[in-house]
Design a protein around this ligand. Structure first.
Ligand SMILES: [Zn+2]
Length: 62
């Protein structure tokens, strides 16, 4: 799944207001690690829809 790079740059975690990184088919918040899925090329940036961080995930500098 290709996500538009310009779109990726304006996306932010709704909780932390920091950038997210593309990991496979998920967007992961660099601060809290919440995972946001992408459906049909549309990132679902909703806290209610987010999944917990991957196991062993470590925060990165935002
Ligand atoms: Zn976050």
């Amino acid at each position: 799944m290709k996500l538009d790079q310009a779109l990726l740059q304006i996306l932010a975690c709704p909780e932390c207001k920091v950038r997210v990184e593309l990991e496979g088919d998920r967007l992961i918040c660099v601060r809290c690690g919440r995972q946001y899925r992408i459906e049909g090329g549309i990132p679902i940036m909703l806290l209610d829809e987010a999944e917990p961080p991957p196991e062993g995930w470590q925060p990165k500098d935002a």
